[in-house]
Design a protein. Structure first.
Lengths: 198, 91
């Protein structure tokens, strides 16, 4: 009985969380769109689309309030371009300043040092991999390799995933998918509203 | 008992297999479509594959929706009162 209650509570909590996230996202996105559109009145379709997408991504990341790695990765990626600074500052607020400045340096260092390591041990790692798969272990071995392969792909899909270990990337993917769903839902609604009004 | 434990925990053994299995099952619940839950690693790779496909499709949706929105907003130069609502909201 307690377990059922717990399940119900956690479902409610999840609903509440996603409603909260939706509200935050909508507020921040509208803010972002206003900033984008106030800068230049004449934009071609592609530029406009990029701005809409960018403001949506920054909005959903900022709605997370620095709690997840993927959101930090999105914001730090956006701040690499000088043109996005006003947008990020206004939507995310001043606290993000410290976060992205630091993130810029460390992520770059980590990727370069990882690349060097990969080059050095690439051959050795390949040879190591070939060894343990024999006999009864074959199925487990193949399964493990598949999981590793898929996780590598997932790392490229989740923002900031390249710097994470397997466990974290799966954890981050969970939250990232939920947030993407919120983003898509809100965008769909806006499209529907705009279509019906025009 | 021994059949489950015989899975060798290799590098990164700080995270237990059970924790990973739990994560995978949570992921499974998020994915569209219903599946029978299994706890071995073979289906874990399937879940991961579907996760990747799903994330890609969500990315594509965001892209498409941004496209449509940009088209709609650029053609919304009409003087109707509804258009002015939208314009004041996001422009």
């Amino acid at each position: 009985m307690n377990l059922c209650q717990q399940n119900a509570n956690s479902k409610e909590a999840k609903m509440h969380n996603s409603c909260q996230l939706e509200k935050e996202f909508i507020n921040k996105w509208v803010q972002g769109l206003q900033i984008c559109n106030s800068s230049s009145k004449k934009m071609n379709l592609l530029e406009r689309k990029k701005k809409i997408k960018l403001s949506a991504d920054i909005a959903i990341a900022s709605a997370k309030n620095l709690t997840t790695s993927w959101s930090k990765a999105i914001i730090s990626e956006a701040t690499k371009d000088e043109q996005n600074m006003t947008l990020v500052k206004n939507v995310c607020g001043p606290e993000s300043k410290f976060m992205y400045a630091h993130q810029k340096v460390t992520s770059h260092k980590r990727t370069t040092s990882k690349k060097i390591l990969k080059k050095c041990y690439g051959v050795h790692r390949k040879m190591k991999k070939m060894e343990p798969c024999r006999g009864s272990n074959l199925a487990t071995c193949i399964a493990k390799r598949l999981v590793k392969k898929r996780t590598q792909v997932l790392k490229r899909l989740v923002p900031g995933g390249e710097l994470m270990d397997e466990y974290s990337v799966i954890k981050e993917a969970l939250d990232y998918i939920l947030s993407l769903k919120v983003q898509v839902d809100v965008m769909k609604n806006l499209v529907n509203v705009t279509t019906s009004l025009s | 008992m021994s059949s489950r434990r015989s899975r060798q925990s290799s590098s990164g053994a700080r995270i237990s297999d059970d924790q990973i299995v739990q994560l995978i099952s949570k992921l499974q619940q998020l994915l569209p479509g219903t599946r029978i839950q299994r706890s071995n690693k073979a289906s874990a790779s399937k879940v991961l594959q579907e996760t990747c496909t799903y994330v890609r499709s969500l990315h594509r949706e965001v892209d498409d929706l941004s496209d449509r929105l940009s088209q709609l907003l650029s053609t919304i130069d009409a003087d109707s009162p509804e258009a002015s609502i939208i314009r004041s909201l996001i422009m």
